[in-house]
Design a protein around this ligand. Structure first.
Ligand SMILES: [Zn+2]
Length: 87
């Protein structure tokens, strides 16, 4: 049963590596991280900025109505304007 032992060892190693990777990913938090409350889109380009929360909320409301996704407005910590994103 030596082969089975090696396979189990590799599986345990893979689970360990995955757990470490996800922990590291969660630990990193900057204003440039690509989440719903980010300054950049998933492709890395800056999001459209709105000068007021009211303007951003209005666009978010319209986009939520025209798509099946719920959008929300938030204040950006990077440029101090307002963006909209998935919530
Ligand atoms: Zn921004």
């Amino acid at each position: 049963m030596l082969v089975a032992g090696i396979v189990l060892g590799l599986i345990a190693l893979a689970i360990y590596a995955l757990a470490r990777t996800s922990t590291v990913t969660r630990g990193t938090g900057t204003s440039l991280r690509r989440t719903a409350s980010s300054h950049v889109n998933v492709n890395g380009s800056p999001k459209r900025a709105y000068p007021t929360m009211e303007a951003a909320r209005e666009v978010a409301r319209q986009q939520s109505a025209s798509t099946s996704q719920t959008m929300s407005a938030y204040k950006c910590g990077t440029c101090k304007n307002f963006h909209i994103g998935h919530s």
